[in-house]
Structures are given as C-alpha cells and as structure tokens.
Design a protein around this ligand. Structure first.
Ligand SMILES: NC(=O)c1ccc[n+]([C@@H]2O[C@H](COP(=O)([O-])OP(=O)(O)OC[C@H]3O[C@@H](n4cnc5c(N)ncnc54)[C@H](OP(=O)(O)O)[C@@H]3O)[C@@H](O)[C@H]2O)c1
Length: 371
C-alpha cells in the first residue's frame, strides 16, 4: 500500500450542516508533522481493546512494533465515569488515543435500548475527549459510524451528507451520541487546538465480533444462525426483513490498518469515511454465508421485521485519494471470520454470554498496563 505523505484531502462540496469558515483556518494552523509516522515506542491508549475494533487495533499496533499499548477493561475503568477517567489519564499519560469504546449493537438492540445507547456513548466520548485535552494527548482518533448519516442520504454517502436530513429512527440514540462525539473532536480542535480526528467506518465484521443474537449486527447474527441450523440439522434459516436492504461490509483488520494509517497521516478537521465503497443486499450476504456455513439450507425472509435504511454505502473517494484502500474481499473475510467463530466460539458451546470468556483470550492484552 502506498504511504505517501498527505497534507490535505479535498472533501468536495461544502457541508450545509456545519459552520465551515473559521474552522478551516484553525484546522490548517494546527497541522503538525503531517506524514511522520508515529514512533512505535510512544504510549498508545486503545479505549475498548477487548471489542471487535479495539482488539484489531491492538493486533495491528503490535504487528507494527508498538511496545507501549495501554489498555483497561470496563471493570477496571468505566469510561462513562469522568473522574475515574481523569485519574487514569493522570496516572498513565498516554501520548496517543484510539477512542473505540462504546455501547454498540444491531438493529434490535439499537431500537429497544435507545436511552442506553445515547447515554453510554455520550458519557464515554465526553469523558475521554476531555481527558485527552486536559492531559495533552498528542493525537486522538475517534471512531464515528456510517449509521449517523441521514436515512435518505445520497448513495454512496459523501462526508458532506452529515446532518442534511432526518436520522434513521431505529438508531437515533446511537447516532446522536456519535455525532456529538465527532462534533466534540471538531470543536476541541477549533477552541483548544487539539489534534483530534474522526474516522467514519461502515459495517464491520471479523475476529472478536459479537455473535449474541439479541445484540449482534446482521453479519455475525446470520453466521451464527446458519451455524446453529447446520448443527441441529435444520433445513431452513429465517432472515429478518426482506433481504433487499443494501449494506457495505469492511473486515476489521482492514479498518485497524486504516486507523493506524490515519493516525500517522491524516490531519484534517472533517471526519473521513472508511469503507470498501461496495455494497451487497442482505439477501446476497445471506447467500454467501449459506455457501460457506450450511450450503443445503433454504432462506426464509421474515418480512414483518424491519429492514432499516434501504441502502447504506460510503463514498470513499477522499480516503482513496489519501492512498489507502481495503484489501480483504468479502468472501475471504467471511471465510476467515467463520474459521475464527468455529474455533474460538462455537466449539466452546457458545451462548451470547461466552463473549466475556473470549475477551480473556485476546492475545497479550493487559490491565492498566502496557503490552
Ligand atoms: N461494529 C461495527 O460494525 C461498527 C461500525 C461502525 C462504527 N463502529 C464503532 O466502533 C467502536 C467499537 O465498536 P465494536 O464493534 O468494537 O464494539 P464492541 O465489540 O462491542 O466493543 C466495545 C468495547 O467498548 C468497551 N466499553 C463499552 N462500554 C464501556 C465502558 N462503559 N467503559 C469501558 N469500556 C467500555 C468494551 O469493553 P469490555 O470488553 O470491557 O466490555 C469493549 O471493549 C464504537 O465506537 C462503534 O460505534 C462499530
């Protein structure tokens, strides 16, 4: 992958949802050392290191030679608790922060736990971002989500689509919190000169995903359903919705690589989309998973269940111009993910609760220390 230094990216059309004039000036004035990769001996806090994204970032950092990766489990540090977060930052003094912790879930979890999604995420983002300012973190990467774009955004969705229309109601609580987190990064840059950036990933999947049917996203939920149907010798698998909704899927190892790339090279004020730019219908996705997991199964669509947004795919033009693109084909990523699921999850007689057990197996993550 080409790693040319980058000083700016053309994010095309003006965004009607933001005040742009003063911030463009400020953004330019705070650009430090663009293009200089981070020293792998620097201390890096991965907030949310046991999750899908955080564990992939830890793997990627370790592969890149990083030796001081700071982590803390939710039990050791509740990131919603501002005073605890301040004490932790005071003690640990990270130089770089990947803010990838949060309350995350699929369509049903989002729709039925809106208060929790809004409260938890707002508190986590506010606490960590403020602590990063107070303790002079060199750079922070915040993870937004493609969910935050308006329900009827132009497709593919450019960065400029943000706040141009009503949100998808089934995940409004989550979206509001994510937008607040992004804006916080922008305002901290504007008001305090903090070097905080936002990456906006599409749907993710891969090792350490959540396979609990009550709270998982569509891809791991489908994989588990097909796997269990095969185990029980069932010949049909029921899929929520009509199967026509279109989504984009990015392997989490690609995302982690992109986060490290952006931490090294992106200094822009505006959030930047991270995806493949390629979408598939849920029906097509189900077919691919069926062929990998349980080829003899028949698909049944439960049309009484919601589809969510009709189409969601990111415009990744800006990221491509920066010099990064995803490399994992969906079929390969699904096979890799199913291999992991079978070995690490299903073979243990998994229930949703086993995610806790799995978290303890993530390679070399530590508590309140460095790896
Ligand atoms: N998954 C996706 O498809 C997707 C797509 C776009 C954006 N994102 C964004 O990516 C980020 C990570 O998502 P993910 O899929 O990796 O989620 P995940 O697998 O559920 O992991 C969430 C992580 O956050 C930690 N966490 C949650 N609440 C916490 C709290 N109160 N205090 C401390 N730690 C807490 C969890 O810690 P414990 O393990 O200790 O519980 C876990 O490590 C989120 O910001 C999400 O919005 C995800």
């Amino acid at each position: 992958m080409e790693q040319s230094p980058v000083t700016e990216v053309d994010l095309d059309a003006p965004n009607p949802g933001r005040r742009s004039t003063d911030r463009e000036t400020v953004a330019q004035s705070v650009e430090p050392d663009v293009g200089a990769p981070i020293d792998p001996s620097a201390s890096v806090f991965v907030a949310g290191h046991r999750g899908l994204v955080g564990s992939a970032i830890v793997r990627r950092l370790k592969a890149g030679g990083f030796t001081r990766i700071l982590t803390a489990t939710r039990q050791e540090l509740d990131l919603r608790d501002q005073s605890a977060v301040m004490s932790w930052f005071d003690e640990q003094r990270p130089t770089y922060v990947y803010l990838v912790a949060g309350t995350v879930g699929g369509i049903m979890a989002n729709a039925t736990r809106q208060a929790e999604f809004l409260y938890d995420n707002m508190m986590i983002h506010a606490s960590v971002i403020e602590a990063a300012r107070r303790f002079e973190v060199e750079k922070l990467l915040y993870l937004g989500s493609a969910c935050v774009y308006p329900r009827l955004s132009p497709q593919p969705m450019p960065e400029s689509a943000l706040l141009t229309g009503p949100l998808e109601p089934t995940n409004e609580g989550y979206s509001l919190a994510k937008i607040a987190g992004m804006r916080l990064c922008e305002f901290y840059r504007e008001q305090y000169g903090c070097n905080f950036i936002t990456a906006m990933p599409t749907n993710l999947y891969g090792q350490n995903d959540n396979f609990d049917l009550a709270s998982s996203h569509v891809l791991p939920a489908l994989m588990r359903k097909f796997h269990e149907a095969k185990q029980r010798n069932e010949s049909t698998v029921t899929i929520w919705g009509t199967g026509s909704a279109r989504r984009e899927f990015l392997h989490v190892d690609d995302l982690a690589d992109c986060c490290v790339f952006l931490m090294d090279r992106y200094e822009g004020e505006r959030h930047i989309n991270v995806g493949t730019g390629i979408d598939h219908s849920i029906g097509e996705l189900a077919e691919m998973i069926r062929s990998i997991v349980h080829p003899n199964a028949e698909l049944v669509f439960d049309r009484s269940k919601p589809d969510g947004m009709p189409r969601r795919v990111l415009d990744v033009t800006a990221l491509t111009r920066l010099g990064w693109r995803a490399t994992t084909e969906l079929a390969d990523g699904l096979t890799k993910t199913y291999d992991w699921y079978r070995s690490a999850y299903a073979e243990r007689g998994a229930t949703g609760a086993i995610a806790e057990d799995l978290a303890g197996t993530i390679e070399a993550v530590t508590t309140r220390g460095t790896t």
